[in-house]
Design a protein. Sequence first.
Length: 90
Amino acid sequence: MSWLVIMSFCVPVVLLFLYIIIRHAKMGKILEGMSVFWFRFAFAFLLLFIIHLGIGYAGYNVPINLFSVFTIAILGIPGVLGITALIIFL
């Protein structure tokens, strides 16, 4: 089976499980933390795309991959500076 098919089954099951747990345990902090992380994740993709377009004119290639996105989503501005420095100096 393809990993996409497996993930399309696993993600709804996990989300349903989390919904049941949070509904019974009143743990809204988990959903709030997950929503903040997913917002940062989406914003990191957008930011990498903008950097890719901007630095692409100078002849550099900024990869938009999960490692870069997770680094920026977790570290924030230092992650952006680190990824950009790696691209420019390597």
